[in-house]
Write a protein that binds this ligand. Structure first.
Ligand SMILES: NC(=O)c1ccc[n+]([C@@H]2O[C@H](COP(=O)([O-])OP(=O)(O)OC[C@H]3O[C@@H](n4cnc5c(N)ncnc54)[C@H](O)[C@@H]3O)[C@@H](O)[C@H]2O)c1
Length: 666
């Protein structure tokens, strides 16, 4: 259906804004309200908003006049809905009022019209109780202010038809919004539901007398938030928060009712900005917040873990997909990153520990790690490899679970080809093999396991999929400069192991080999690449420097002049150039690079004496750090040590007998 005429019912804060958005998209709009004074206020607000757009050059006066002329303000509900293609309800968040109004709308609109509710929390199935055509009813949740915020949640109830859901999704795009799909109508949908346990946590902090609002807000601001949590609750209205918590108590989990601290503000009618006083006194639209030292009762990780836990529940319950949750929180809460990218940068164990402690401290089950976190499967859940409840047919579920078990969900896996004496460390973290603390931990663990393994002589680092690694996971969460510095140290320590492990290491470069991914390759003994691999250090373009040894390693490999140019310009170059300047030893065609690398690794694994490889690595890397005199001394000592080895005897006998050597590494 081509939606051309829309009626918005309820001309309050949200309704007038939604009507303006739809009119700005060039559609005919009826704005209906039961109260003429509400319509007058809406008319003036829309006029003001359009004038501001003319002043800022977003619209011409002519366009603004045309938008306004396309709007019909009315108190006649029946007349307003009778010919509309879509009706959007935005009356107060009172279930009985909405149920009654939606029944009336459904009785007076066209039978093929779409009916949408802008409810913030109430399940669509609850609102559908009395409408005559529930398959045409769904949720369309705008965010405040609708003219500014891009996000809308499109919410499907168990009765909404697929066709209505899809049409409304496309309509949201047409009016310039970024829709996310809410596949089941849980209370609070996605964004507000993720917020719900946080509201409970902040209520409990006051209930238990653990900190004062200004102390927690000082902490929030020290972490870069534009408003602390209590200032924000004052801003949106404490009554809104309390009503939501009560609704979640009745519809989601009775634990949402366990904190009573906010109720006293309701009794005193201290609702925040709108009443001039809440947690703080408000003057001229600003909260007068007493000076306070940042509280240590919670840290940012606590809050983020609670959000990640609720997001995981939403995915487990089949309510929304990870990508939509990420977009929802970013756009709906105006944040640079959402819970999914934060979770990708943390380990399952870290999140689980945090949640267990919070749950214990506040004696609240809502904070307890959900099933996938409890079972260590958060990563698979986020990547879609864990079967979700009622989300896929049985056969599909089995396949998904099988994949997860096959790869064990590890961001770095170890494959040993004992017959050929080659081991493979395979990066498989996210689509681009981004490197985070889990990846570093995996590399370290596997290298240590291979250290004295006599069955393996060569280690290949390979990226799963098209890329070697596109770099560090920039959304990984760090609590401060020391934490960030320690992460750099961890990377340096881990990568350095590649130059110290007594085996030959080969980096197989393909696709993106950027930042931390490029650094990883510089610590290997040999680099092979496809001609079209995209290589570079973009760090300086992001306000960073190569922090996992790249600034030091590249200068050693290419000399200061070339290293300075490549690091300071952040310029990308290809595998062909890397080969020309000697950074890469061999170029292999993209279609056969794995095969060629396997051949090279297998050849070195049997042809090169392992004791010689181990000694030569030390001489090259350690010997280059000392004076030439000492380096040469190290070399002669190495020769002395090798003299007594079985490998030397075997190497010479095989040469004389014209056969392949069979080295034992001793
Ligand atoms: N305020 C927000 O930040 C926000 C954000 C997203 C969604 N919402 C949701 O949007 C809806 C509206 O919220 P709001 O903040 O705009 O409320 P509001 O109180 O500002 O506006 C509600 C309007 O509905 C009108 N109204 C009441 N009964 C009516 C009836 N029977 N028929 C026609 N009009 C009627 C009122 O006169 C008022 O103008 C609620 O469901 C709310 O949860 C609000």
């Amino acid at each position: 259906m081509d939606i051309k005429e829309v009626t918005v019912v309820g001309a309050g804060l949200m309704g007038h804004g939604i009507a303006e958005v739809v009119a700005l998209a060039g559609l005919k709009v009826n704005l209906e309200d039961a109260f003429p004074e509400a319509l007058e206020k809406a008319r003036a607000s829309i006029r003001n908003s359009l004038s501001r757009m003319v002043k800022s050059g977003k619209l011409t006066q002519e366009q603004a006049d045309k938008v306004f002329a396309g709007m019909n303000f009315t108190t006649d509900l029946k007349g307003a809905v009778s010919s509309s293609d879509m009706i959007i309800e935005a009356v107060p968040e009172i279930p009985d009022l909405k149920v009654k109004l939606l029944r009336e709308v459904s009785q007076n609109c066209r039978q093929d019209a779409i009916i949408a509710s802008n409810t913030s929390n109430i399940r669509i199935s609850t609102l559908a109780q009395e409408v005559s055509n529930p398959q045409r009813l769904l949720g369309l949740h705008f965010f405040n202010p609708p003219v500014v915020l891009k996000l809308v949640e499109v919410i499907k109830s168990d009765k909404t038809s697929d066709e209505v859901f899809e049409e409304t999704y496309q309509f949201s795009k047409k009016i310039g919004k970024t829709p996310i799909k809410v596949l089941k109508d849980t209370p609070g949908f996605v964004v507000n539901r993720i917020n719900a346990p946080e509201s409970l946590l902040f209520c409990q902090i006051l209930d238990k007398g653990l900190a004062r609002p200004e102390e927690v807000d000082a902490f929030g601001k020290s972490q870069g938030l534009p408003m602390g949590p209590y200032e924000l609750m004052d801003y949106v209205g404490i009554d809104t928060v309390v009503h939501s918590l009560n609704y979640y108590r009745d519809a989601l989990d009775k634990e949402y009712g366990k904190c009573s601290y906010f109720n006293q503000f309701m009794d005193r009618k201290e609702l925040g900005l709108k009443s001039g006083k809440g947690f703080y006194v408000w003057e001229n639209g600003k909260a007068l917040i007493p000076k306070a030292s940042p509280s240590t009762v919670i840290d940012l990780m606590d809050v983020l873990s609670v959000e990640i836990n609720e997001s995981a529940k939403i995915i487990e319950e089949g309510i929304a997909k990870p990508a939509d949750i990420e977009i929802g929180v970013k756009l709906g809460m105006n944040r640079p990153f959402g819970p999914i990218s934060v979770a990708e940068g943390l380990t399952n164990a870290e999140i689980k520990r945090k949640l267990q402690k919070l749950s214990e401290k506040f004696d609240t089950k809502i904070f307890y790690p959900t099933k996938s976190i409890e079972e260590g499967k958060l990563r698979e859940l986020l990547s879609g490899k864990v079967a979700r409840e009622k989300d896929a047919p049985a056969s599909e579920k089995a396949r998904e679970v099988g994949t997860a078990q096959g790869s064990e969900g590890e961001p770095v896996s170890l494959r040993k080809d004992v017959e050929n004496k080659v081991a493979y460390l395979i990066l498989s973290n996210t689509r681009n093999n981004l490197i985070n603390s889990d990846v570093l931990e995996g590399i370290e663990r596997h290298l240590k396991a291979l250290w004295n393994d006599k069955e393996i002589n060569v280690i290949v680092l390979r990226g799963e999929g098209k890329n070697f690694s596109a770099g560090a996971q920039l959304t990984q969460f760090f609590s401060g400069p020391m934490d960030f510095a320690e992460n750099a140290r961890l990377g340096e320590r881990t990568f350095r192991l590649l130059s110290e492990v007594p085996k030959i290491t080969i980096a197989e470069m393909k696709g993106h080999v950027l930042g931390g991914g490029f650094e990883l390759s510089t610590w290997c003994d040999i680099r092979v690449s496809t001609p079209d691999a995209i290589i570079g250090f973009p760090e300086v373009t992001l306000g960073l420097v190569p922090g996992w040894g790249g600034s030091q390693r590249l200068a050693k490999l290419l000399g200061m002049s070339r290293a300075a140019y490549l690091i300071l310009t952040g310029e990308r170059f290809d595998g062909k150039f890397a080969h020309e300047v000697g950074l890469v030893s061999k170029l292999f065609p993209a279609e056969s690079i794995e095969l060629e690398t396997d051949r090279l690794a297998q050849d070195l694994a049997v042809r090169i004496a392992p004791v010689s490889a181990a000694m030569a690595k030390k001489l090259i890397y350690k010997g280059s750090e000392v004076s030439a005199d000492n380096g040469l001394e190290m070399e002669s000592i190495a020769m002395g040590l090798l003299y007594g080895t079985e490998d030397l005897k075997e190497g010479i006998s095989a040469f004389l007998q014209k056969r392949k050597p069979d080295y034992k590494g001793r």
